[in-house]
Design a protein around this ligand. Structure first.
Ligand code: AZC
Length: 833
C-alpha cells in the first residue's frame, strides 16, 4: 500500500500519519478540537448536545482509521465478501456501542468527567437511528455487529431515509404519529458525494443486433435518478475490523435544477422534478409484516438494488477476474423479498451489458444469492402488479418472464402430468390484475432459502413453499434460527450484569463466545452470587420505575412483578389477549375482600409498541390499553396491586432500559404466526423469564433453558387450522371468563364502548382468527403459575440464572457462522495489528 505513494512524498505522508486517541488526555484534546473547529463553537459555551456531537466525531474519526485499514486489507487480500441487502437497519444509538466495541468507554468517561460531563447524559443526547420497523430491521443490525466482531468481510446495503419510523405520541390514549427528523445532525455518516450511481426508471426496450449479429436488448429513455452513497462505519467488538454500511440517498440528476426549464422561466417545475427524485429515499414505509403495494415503495426497492449491485459489480471488476468466479467472490443475502429485484438486475447486467449468454449468467446469479424468509403471514408476502413493473422497469419485466418461462419448462418436464403445479409455482400469478410473486422469484433465483427458527423453517417447507421443495428437493431449504448481539443486549444494556458475569467467568470473553455462559450454572447455589444477581435486577427495575414516573407520571412499586410486552402492535402478536387478561385480573381483584387482596402479589403490566398508521385495529388495541390504565391506576381499591403502563414511542434505546428490568415478558403470538421473535431472547439473556406460546424461537428457547424455566401455554401450531375451521363452520363458544371481560368493556367501565366493539366482535362474531378465546383459559392459568413461582424468590433467582446460563445458542455470532458455512461459503479475515 505504501509503495503507491511516490517516493519523494512518502516520508511526508508517513510523518504526518494520524493516529487514534488512546488516553483520556488525547480524547479530551480531540473533543475540544471538534467543539471549536468542526462545530465552530466556543469551548466556554459547550452544552451537552455539543459535547455529544464532539465526542461522537472523536469516535467517528477513531472508527474511520480502522475502517480504512480494514477496507484496504480486504481489497488487498481479495477475499470473498458478503453483502447483506436490507431495506431496514434498526441501529439505535451508535456512541455507546462504538465506545464499548473499541474498548474506550472508561477512557471517554474519565475524559468527559474532566470536561465537566457525565457520560450517561452525553450518551442520552443521541437520537436513535430508526431506519426500520421491528424484528427484521433489528436482526439486520445485530448481524452487522456480529459480522464485524467476527472479522467477516461484509457490507450492508440499505436506504438512507430522511424520515425513519415515525415518533409515537399518545394523546388522550390514542396513538398520534409525528415525523422523525433524525438527520438534523448525524455524526455517524460519511457522505460520499463522489460515489454516485445513475439509476434508470421507465423508458422502453429495443432489440438491436450487436457486432456478432446477435440481437440484444437496449433499455433507453425514461428518467435518471442519482444515488449518492452515505457510509456508516460498523465497529466490531474487540477487533480492529470495521465494516461498512452503505446507505443510498436519492438526488435529481443534472445537478440541482433543470437549467433549461429554469432559464425559460419555469422555475417551479424545475424544483418539482428535483423534489420528485428526492422523495424516493424520503420515508421508511411504517408497516411491519404488511405490504401495501405502493408504487413509490417499488421505486425505492429498485433504486436501492440497482445502486448496490452497480457498486458490487464495480468492486468485483477491479479484481479482473472472470465472470464465472463472481459467486466465489460475492455472496448476496436478501433480507426478505424486498431486494428480490437484485436477482433480475444482476441477470440484466450480465446479459445486456456484459454480453454473457443466458445460462452462464443465470448460473452466476443463482450461485450468488441467498434468500431469508421472515414470515408466513399472507398479508406480508410481496406481490407487484405486472402492469406497474412493466411501466417502471420494462426490461426487468421481460427478464422476469424469461426466468419464469425457463423455470416452468423445467417443472413441466419434471411433472408432466401435473398442470396445477405450474399455476401454483409460477412467478406470475394469473389473477386480475396479474401479479409478480416476489417470493417465488426469490426462491428460483437463489441457491439457498432459509427460515428464521426451526418451526418457521418447517412451516415454510410444508405450507407456502411446499411445491418448491418437491421441485428443488429439501436441500435448497434450510434453517438459521435468529440470534441477538450480546454486546448491545447484555454488555451495553445491562453493564452491571455483564460485569458480574465477567467477574465470575474471569473475563469478558463470553461476549464473543456466549456458550461460556453455561459455566454460571455451577454458581446457582452460591448465596452471594444469587444475592448480587437479584440486586442487579432490582436496580434495573428501579431505573425503569423512575423512567415510568418521568414519562407517564404513574408511581410503580419496583418490588412488584414487572410483566412486559413490548413489540409492534399486531393482532397476531396478541396484545389484545394480554389486555383482556389484565382486565380479568382487575375484575378478580375487585371481587376480593380487602383481607384477600392483601395476600395478592403486586404487578405492573407494561406495554409498548407502535401500530402501523393505517392499521386501525392495532390502534384500537393501544387505545384500550391506555383506557384500562387510566381506570386501574386510579382505583384506590387496587393501589399497588395492579398498574397498567403504556410506554410511548418504544424504540431500540428504550428497549435497552426495559429488557434488563423485566421479571416476565410476553411472547404470546398465535402458534404458527411469529416466525421467530428476537426480543424473547433479549429478555431471557437479561435474567427475565418468559410466558409464551409454542411459537417461533420460543420453542428452541424452551429446548435450551428447560421446561421448568419458561411458562408455556396455549394451542399448538398443528391445531390452529382445525380450530379456525371449527369457529367458522361449527359452534363457537367464548371462554366464560373472557365473556365477563367483554361484558365489563361493554358496560363502559373503560369508556368508549363503541371504539372497542370491533376488538370484541373479532373474537365473538368474526371467527376469532387469532384464537384469543381458545387460548384465554390456559393463558390465565399460566399467569397464576407465574405469580406462585414469583412468590418463591429464592427459586425464581435460580430459574433466572439457569436460563441465562443456557442462552449461549442465541448469540447472533452463532447465526453468522451458520450463514457463513451453510449459505455464503465465506471465511473471516482476522486482523492482528
Ligand atoms: C419478522 C418476524 O415477524 C419476526 O418473528 C422475526 O423475529 C423477525 O422478522 C426477524 O427474523 N418479520 C418481519 O418483520 N417481516 C416482514 C416482512 O415485515
Amino acid at each position: 500500500v505504501e509503495a503507491s505513494i511516490p517516493e519523494p512524498q512518502r516520508e511526508a505522508w508517513k510523518r504526518s500519519q494520524t493516529s487514534a486517541f488512546k488516553s483520556s488526555d488525547e480524547f479530551e484534546k480531540e473533543v475540544v478540537r471538534h467543539v471549536e473547529t468542526s462545530l465552530a463553537r466556543s469551548m466556554f459555551n459547550c452544552d451537552e448536545k455539543a459535547a455529544y456531537s464532539a465526542t461522537s466525531l472523536a469516535f467517528r474519526d477513531h472508527l474511520i482509521l480502522d475502517w480504512n485499514k480494514t477496507q484496504q486489507r480486504q481489497t488487498y487480500r481479495d477475499s470473498k465478501r458478503v453483502y447483506y441487502l436490507s431495506l431496514e437497519f434498526l441501529m439505535g444509538r451508535a456512541l455507546d456501542n462504538a465506545m464499548l466495541n473499541v474498548g474506550l468507554k472508561d477512557t471517554a468517561k474519565a475524559g468527559l468527567a474532566d470536561l465537566g460531563f457525565r457520560i450517561e447524559d452525553i450518551i442520552g443526547q443521541e437520537h436513535d437511528a430508526a431506519l426500520g420497523n421491528g424484528g427484521l430491521g433489528r436482526l439486520a443490525a445485530c448481524f452487522l455487529d456480529s459480522l464485524a466482531s467476527l472479522d467477516f468481510p461484509a457490507w450492508g446495503y440499505g436506504l438512507r431515509y430522511r424520515y425513519g419510523i415515525f415518533k409515537q405520541e399518545i394523546i388522550d390514549g390514542y396513538q398520534v404519529e409525528v415525523p422523525d427528523y433524525w438527520l438534523d445532525f448525524n455524526p455517524w455518516e460519511f457522505p460520499r458525494h463522489d460515489v454516485t450511481v445513475d439509476v434508470q426508471f421507465f423508458g422502453s426496450v429495443k432489440k438491436v443486433p450487436n457486432e456478432q449479429g446477435k440481437s440484444v436488448a437496449v433499455w433507453e429513455g425514461g428518467e435518471i435518478v442519482v444515488a449518492v452513497a452515505y457510509d456508516v462505519p460498523i465497529p466490531g467488538y474487540d477487533t480492529p475490523t470495521t465494516n461498512n454500511l452503505r446507505l443510498w440517498s436519492s438526488k435529481a440528476s443534472g445537478g440541482e435544477f433543470d437549467f433549461q426549464k429554469f432559464n425559460s422561466g419555469d422555475y417551479e417545475s424545475s424544483v418539482a422534478e428535483q423534489q420528485r427524485a428526492e422523495t424516493i429515499s424520503n420515508v421508511l414505509y411504517p408497516n411491519d409484516n404488511l405490504e401495501r403495494g405502493k408504487e413509490l415503495r417499488l421505486k425505492q426497492q429498485y433504486f436501492w438494488v440497482a445502486a448496490s449491485l452497480y457498486d458490487i459489480v464495480r468492486r468485483f471488476k477491479k479484481s479482473k477476474r472472470a465472470w464465472r468466479e463472481f459467486p466465489e467472490q460475492v455472496a448476496i443475502q436478501l433480507n426478505d423479498t424486498h431486494p428480490t429485484l437484485a436477482i433480475v438486475e444482476l441477470q440484466r447486467i450480465l446479459i445486456d451489458i456484459e454480453g454473457l449468454d443466458w445460462d452462464l449468467a443465470w448460473e452466476i446469479v443463482t450461485g450468488t444469492f441467498g434468500y431469508t424468509n421472515h414470515t408466513v403471514l399472507p398479508e406480508a408476502l410481496e406481490k407487484w402488479p405486472v402492469g406497474l413493473v412493466q411501466h417502471l422497469l420494462p426490461r426487468h419485466l421481460q427478464i422476469i418472464y424469461d426466468i419464469n418461462l425457463f423455470f416452468l419448462q423445467s417443472v413441466e418436464k419434471q411433472f408432466p402430468d401435473d398442470r396445477d403445479i405450474l399455476t401454483r409455482v409460477s412467478i406470475i400469478e394469473e389473477s386480475q390484475p396479474k401479479m409478480v410473486r416476489m417470493a417465488h422469484l426469490a426462491i428460483v433465483g437463489s441457491h439457498k432459502v432459509n427460515g428464521v427458527a426451526e418451526l418457521h423453517s418447517d412451516l415454510i417447507k410444508t405450507t407456502i413453499f411446499k411445491d418448491f421443495v418437491e421441485i428443488y428437493g429439501p436441500d435448497r431449504f434450510t434453517n438459521v434460527t435468529n440470534g441477538i448481539t450480546p454486546r448491545r443486549w447484555l454488555h451495553q444494556a445491562n453493564p452491571r450484569l455483564s460485569e458480574l458475569i465477567a467477574s465470575k467467568l474471569g473475563s469478558h470473553e463470553f461476549l464473543k463466545d456466549l456458550s461460556q455462559l453455561n459455566k454460571l450454572e455451577l454458581l446457582v447455589q452460591d448465596k452471594e452470587f444469587k444475592k448480587e444477581w437479584a440486586e442487579i435486577k432490582f436496580a434495573n427495575k428501579v431505573r425503569l420505575a423512575k423512567y415510568i414516573k418521568e414519562t407517564t407520571g404513574v408511581n410503580v412499586n419496583p418490588s412488584a412483578l414487572f410483566d412486559v410486552q413490548v413489540k409492534r402492535i399486531h393482532e397476531y402478536k396478541r396484545q389484545q389477549l394480554n389486555i383482556f387478561g389484565v382486565i380479568h385480573r382487575y375484575l378478580t381483584l375487585k371481587a376480593m375482600t380487602p383481607a384477600e387482596r392483601k395476600k395478592q402479589l403486586p404487578r405492573v403490566s407494561i406495554f409498548g409498541g407502535k401500530a402501523a398508521p393505517g392499521y386501525w385495529m392495532a390502534k384500537q388495541i393501544i387505545h384500550l390499553i391506555n383506557a384500562v390504565g387510566s381506570v386501574v391506576n386510579n382505583d384506590e381499591d387496587i393501589g399497588d396491586l395492579l398498574k397498567v403502563i403504556f410506554l410511548e414511542d418504544y424504540n431500540v434505546s428504550k428497549a435497552e432500559i426495559i429488557c434488563p428490568a423485566s421479571d416476565i415478558s410476553e411472547h404470546i403470538s398465535t402458534a404458527g404466526t411469529e416466525a421467530s421473535g428476537t426480543s424473547n431472547m433479549k429478555f431471557v439473556l437479561n435474567g427475565g423469564l418468559i410466558i409464551g406460546t409454542c411459537d417461533g424461537a420460543n420453542i428452541e428457547i424452551t429446548r435450551e433453558v428447560g421446561e421448568n424455566n419458561i411458562f408455556l401455554f396455549g394451542n399448538l401450531a398443528e391445531d390452529v387450522e382445525d380450530l379456525r375451521h371449527a369457529h367458522t363452520y361449527g359452534s363457537h363458544t367464548i371462554d366464560p371468563d373472557l365473556a365477563k371481560v367483554f361484558e365489563e368493556i361493554q358496560k363502559g367501565t373503560f369508556g368508549s364502548v363503541h371504539d372497542f366493539s370491533a376488538m370484541i366482535a373479532a373474537v365473538k362474531d368474526h371467527g376469532d382468527y387469532y384464537l384469543v378465546s381458545d387460548d384465554f383459559h390456559s393463558y390465565i392459568e399460566t399467569h397464576t403459575l407465574v405469580d406462585e413461582a414469583y412468590r418463591n424468590q429464592e427459586e425464581w433467582v435460580v430459574k433466572s440464572i439457569t436460563a441465562v446460563a443456557r442462552m449461549g445458542f442465541f448469540s447472533s455470532d452463532r447465526c453468522i457462522y451458520e450463514y457463513a458455512d451453510g449459505i455464503w461459503n465465506v471465511e473471516p479475515l482476522p486482523r492482528r495489528d
